[in-house]
Structure formats: C-alpha cells, structure tokens
Write a protein that binds this ligand. Sequence first.
Ligand code: SF4
Length: 358
Amino acid sequence: MKQSIYNIKELEAWLTRAGFGGRDLRRTRRLLFREFTPLSQLPWEDSVKEKFEQEFETSYLTLVARHDSQIDGASKLLFETADGKRIETVILRIHTGRVSLCVSSQVGCTESCHFCATGAMGFFRNLKKEEILDQVLQAGRIIASEGRKLRNIVFMGMGEPLRNYENLSASLKSLLHGGTFQFADKYITVSSLGIPELMIKLAKEFPQVGMALSLNGHTDESRSRVMPINDRYDMALLRQTLEELEQIRQKGIMIEYIMFDGINDSLEAADRVAEYLKGLNVHINLIPLNPDFSNDKSLLPSSREVTDPFQERLRSHGYKVTRRFSLGQDIAAACGQLANKDDISDVEIANKALAGLT
Ligand code: SF4
C-alpha cells in the first residue's frame, strides 16, 4: 500500500533516504505545502519523482468540474473521491485581495437544516483526513497559479465538521503543523450548528482556532423551525456552552444568523438576540438566505427594508455586526447551496434565481 503525502513522518523519512539534507528537506516541504508547487514542477531529478510517485499516494480527489463566477471572485470546485462520491470546495477571492477556501467535511450531511441544500441530500459518509487536506492542496495550487496566496480556511462547506471529529482534528493538526501547511490558527474557522460537547472538545484541543456558531433563531421556536438540532440542544444549553467556550478559549466567537422572512427578522427578534448574547465576546454575522436552495420552500429571505434596521438595532445594543456578502451565487457556491448535484443544473437554477432578482 502506498504512503500518504500527508504523513509528514513518512514523507521526511523517505526524502532523507533519497538524500535530501536538512535544508533541502525544509525547502521541499515549503514548496509542496506552503507554495503549493505541483509535483511535476519540483526541482527533483525525474528518477526521484518517478520513485516518489510509485511509493506515495499524492492525490485523493479528482477535480471533475470547475465553475468560475461571472459576478464575483468565487470558484466552485467539484471533486470526486476514489469511491465515486462528489464533494464541493469553494475558492472565495475577496475584493480586498484576501483568498479564503471553504472546505467540505462530509459527503452530504448528518443534519437536516431546512434552509440547506446539503441537508436535503442525506448523509453518505465522513471525509477522510486526506480528502479534507487534498481540497486545500488542490485549491491552493489553483490559487498559487494566479499569483495569489491562500490565507483563510473555513470549514463551512458540505457537512457538519464536528460530526467528523477525528478527521477534522487530524486535518487541523496538519494544517497548523510547521512541517506541512503551517497556517496561522487565527485564519482557520470551524463552523458548527451547535453540538455542545463537541464544541467544547474542539476548543480544548485547538483553543486558538476560530469558531463559528450557526444561531439562526431568537427563540427555541424560531430556531427549531429551521434547524431540527435545536430540539436536542436548546438555546439555554447553547448559551451555557458559549460561556464555557469563552472561558476555555479566551477569545471571541462568530455568531452566524441567517435571516428568514417573518421568522427571526423583527426588531423584537433583534432585541431577544441581543439579550441572549449579553456579556459574551461575539461578532454577529448576518447572512442572507439563498433563495431556491432551501429544503423548505416556505422559507424566504428577509428584505433589505428589514435587514438594515435589524442590523442597526443589534449595533445599538453594542454588538459588532457585519452582513455577509455571499460570493458565488451564480454558480451555486454560496452558503447553503452546496448540493453535490451535477453542478450544471444547480448553476442554471442559481442563474435563473439571480436573473429573477435583478
Ligand atoms: S447547514 Fe451545515 S449542518 Fe445544516 S444541513 Fe447544511 S451542511 Fe449540514
């Protein structure tokens, strides 16, 4: 069986046997994992490359399609696993020059949030550590070939990352490790829909990695309306968890709040959210619902006339509040739109939806 390119101990041992000294070793790791140099372009003799490829598995995913947004800097990459499962990864080139990568952690999802296209797929399996890291390596090569640098990794793609804790943890170790990717922990964010014991576990293991919680409701009733998980872990328990997380991590948490017309978007709802989060170090990110990709077609996005005052009301309570501009709406790459369909159809649906909006 071949070794994994992501097994740094095996990789280093092999390179040492092949005659790479300390400096060459460091250079190889930098070229491979930080500068995202393709294997074919490494300054190695052909015979070394050939032997390396015979002994190491260097790719765990096949890129089967790529869609570049015509309206912003998003690209959706559709990958296929060795057992024929399809997952999606999104490159987000922000206008400030920053590049983020949204990675998937599961094929489908164990949860069934009503607003989410992935949730409608059902659950197939967890992604292995190598499949998570390969999304980063392959996307990193695309980004590097454009002369850009990948800075942020967000676990906000397909799946609930904490339900795949073992592989999430192993991937985070590789992403942070000085001998491989060496990302700064503050530039990695794991988003969860709120599983208390696993959020605490993650905070204890990786206290400096960013965390985001999908709140999406101001009462148990409104939250359960869009997220079945709330019937199991209610908002009172989540509030206790947020307090505990703050003690463990000594840093703030991102609160994601998707706004649904008539469900959680009134000024009273803003006051309830403000009261609920009182005393916590949070940044609230308001997210527009992406139309046409909800499981539940009765869910509608809040209008601008509602979201602006909502945002202002939260600010008046002293919170830092931003509105996420969802990139990639025309290629079905925005939040809640990753659905592992054969992408052309959902790209077309998204384009039609956008056309309808303009
Ligand atoms: S929002 Fe996240 S946790 Fe909920 S169904 Fe979608 S992918 Fe799963």
